[in-house]
Design a protein around this ligand. Structure first.
Ligand code: TRP
Length: 340
């Protein structure tokens, strides 16, 4: 049963994830833990952004379609509760696509090309020569997501700040056109924890680069990922002094080990020499195995009952269609298009 709690007087939060792969530990520290905490005090919706996922995967759509339920199971496994949070699917909310069309008239191509996150993505995806129109314009669709729910708070990583900036530009344009406030400006809620590095220490964690530990990782996958982690390349013998800065094992211990004091002691020992990477990796592995075991088990249980996951999404879609439909009506009103 969705939303047994009436949170209609609480501040509205919208967050979302592209459904292009299962979620990993980077999502856990960066956003999932925060969402679990926020759902008690906020009217929170989480949007599975399948249409946005297609903006760079339209030729391999199964990458998106096959991950929708994985992502929902990830949410539920880490403690997102459907009684407190609405989970919905972007492609099932036609008002969002319609809002995108109206907003598109208020945004110039040069403004879209200036978005620093999109610029980086165009480069990293090799889109320089031919950018899909949907990809260049996804910030407009994201503005539709955010305003469609009247969200005032959007928990995101810093790479998403340009999207929020573009959203608020659209909000101000609509409100100016209307002569009064139709839409709400949003603020980012930046994660308090630093971005988790990939296991190889080189890149942003990525679903596609094999340098992330998924929430559903098997014990063997966790073990292999920890064993391959980047440490201090100059720490050749156990007795040598080692560097903890940039040493991924310590970054993960900082992020996940429950005993701060113990981690500080380990760092001191490692810096002084006498603590080997095999040992620090063993400590980290135990900690991650313990953290992920219950998550993996719950995730598998949820994925065992796909009908239930679909029911959860269908109920969330229904609630969300009402909310976004109302905003669409208000925006059409601004353009004088509510004729019927
Ligand atoms: N762009 C976000 C990401 O890549 C996903 C997203 C889509 C989103 N719609 C959103 C995030 C609305 C916040 C609000 O992670």
């Amino acid at each position: 049963m969705n939303k047994t709690i009436d949170n209609s007087t609480q501040p509205i939060i919208l967050t979302g994830d592209r459904a292009t792969g299962p979620l990993h530990l980077g999502h856990y520290v960066g956003s999932l833990a925060q969402r679990v905490a926020l759902q008690d005090t906020h009217d929170q919706t989480i949007l599975v952004a399948d249409m946005q996922g297609l903006t760079d995967n339209a030729h391999t759509p199964e990458k998106v379609s096959s991950n929708i339920l994985n992502v929902v199971a990830d949410y539920l496994a880490v403690g997102i509760s459907v009684e407190k949070t609405t989970i919905c699917l972007q492609s099932q909310l036609p008002a969002l696509a319609e809002l995108t069309m109206y907003y598109s008239n208020l945004v110039t191509i040069s403004r879209l090309e200036r978005n620093p996150t999109v610029k980086n993505e165009i480069q990293s995806k090799g889109f320089e020569r031919s950018i899909p129109a949907g990809f260049l314009t996804y910030p407009i669709s994201q503005a539709a997501d955010i305003t469609g729910f009247n969200a005032s708070l959007v928990p995101v990583g810093d790479d998403q700040l340009p999207m929020l900036e573009q959203t608020n530009e659209i909000v101000r344009k609509i409100n100016t056109l209307a002569g009064h406030n139709v839409l709400t400006e949003c603020r980012p809620l930046l994660s308090q924890s630093p971005r988790l590095p990939s296991t190889d220490g080189k890149n942003k964690m990525s679903k596609s680069m094999g340098n992330a530990i998924n929430l559903g990782a098997t014990p063997d996958e966790i073990s292999a990922a920890v064993k391959s982690m980047y440490t201090d390349p100059n720490h050749l013998r156990v007795q040598d002094p080692g560097n903890v800065e940039g040493n991924v094992v310590f970054t993960y211990l900082d992020a996940f080990h429950p005993d701060r004091h113990y981690v500080e002691q380990l760092k001191g020992h490692y810096r002084a020499g006498g603590l080997g990477d095999g040992k620090t990796k063993q400590i980290l592995e135990e900690c991650l195995q313990e953290l992920l075991r219950p998550i993996r088990e719950k995730r598998a249980q949820f994925l065992n009952d796909k009908a239930q996951l679909l029911r959860i999404l269908a109920e969330g879609n229904e609630i969300s269609r009402q909310k976004t439909g109302k905003v669409l009506h208000d925006v059409k009103q601004v353009f004088g298009l509510n004729l019927f």
